[in-house]
Design a protein around this ligand. Structure first.
Ligand code: NAD
Length: 261
């Protein structure tokens, strides 16, 4: 039980990577807040977690791109969980399009969910961590696209690179309050976000769906494998449980070698 006595809030936790990490946090003894735009999905995950593990699990509806939504949902979660020791800012979307055809509305949407969402959730969590004097751990969900670019993903690449900078800023300002900040940067993980992209990329790049998977998504890995949600959960637990400020301001790339630092 590496997170016994801790409270964690995970955004975008109704599905995919967030759901797996929130469940793994609960397995390690943490009380968890399952935050998502999709309240019904969040409630289902919270119920599953309560059935499987002894700790507390609550669902909160949150639009990470809205200041008022983040503040009210996090305030409710903090009241019900008693504190917030770990934040995983994970909610994300992907919109792919060649840059010259990318609409400004789509650009704003991607930036708002990833970057505004990262800032708003981290600011609220940090305020609580500073006020309580307990410090804490802030994790952002980056990507190999925090380090490299790919065609047709300009907004996502810019947003994920931005989260790398935000991680360092939080690490700098959080340290004196005992707050660590790190970025988890996965390679391709076969979630809904990626499934949707396979036919879209095939159409835009003029190749087959099989080629998108083999060449575009996995061609640069060392073994042709997708990264799994279990790999990411293990990384998040390691970072959340890390005992000192020695490990802060870093991007931990979990990608089967797709990107090597
Ligand atoms: P997913 O689509 O399975 O889940 C994303 C979740 O975020 C959904 O539950 C969705 O409802 C929620 N969400 C979307 N907009 C929101 C908003 N405004 N407010 C609150 N919640 C919102 O995606 P996933 O693959 O699990 O991705 C999770 C994170 O991991 C994202 O930040 C994504 O960029 C990142 N990531 C994914 C991959 C991958 O290959 N799947 C790789 C690297 C990074």
């Amino acid at each position: 039980m590496r997170l016994e006595g801790k409270s964690a809030l995970v955004t975008g936790a109704a599905t995919g990577i967030g759901r797996a990490i929130a469940t793994a946090f609960a397995r390690e003894g943490a009380s968890v807040g399952i935050a998502d735009l999709n309240l019904e999905g969040a409630q289902t995950v919270a119920k599953e977690v309560r059935n499987q593990h002894s700790g507390k699990a609550i669902a909160v509806q949150m639009d990470v791109s809205s200041e008022s939504s983040v503040e009210s949902a996090m305030s409710r979660a903090i009241t019900e969980l008693g504190s917030i020791d770990i934040l995983l800012s994970n909610a994300g979307i992907q919109i792919i399009s060649p840059l010259i055809e990318f609409s400004f509305a789509d650009w704003q949407n991607v930036i708002a969910v990833h970057l505004h969402g990262g800032f708003l959730t981290a600011r609220t969590a940090m305020r609580e961590m500073v006020a309580s004097g307990r410090g804490g751990c802030i994790l952002f969900m980056g990507s190999i696209h925090s380090h490299i670019a790919s065609k047709n993903k300009s907004a996502y690449v810019a947003a994920k690179h931005g989260l790398s900078g935000l991680t360092k800023a939080v690490a700098q300002e959080g340290a004196r309050h005992g707050i660590r900040a790190n970025l988890i940067s996965p390679g391709f993980v076969r979630t809904a976000l990626v499934e949707k992209q396979i036919p879209e990329q095939a159409a835009q790049l003029g190749i087959t769906e099989e080629e998108v998977v083999k060449k575009v998504m996995l061609g640069a890995t060392v073994d042709g494998e997708f990264t799994s949600v279990a790999d990411l959960a293990e990384t998040a637990i390691f970072l959340a449980a890390f005992p000192s400020l020695a490990l802060t301001g870093q991007s931990i790339v979990v990608s089967h070698g797709h990107f090597m630092q």
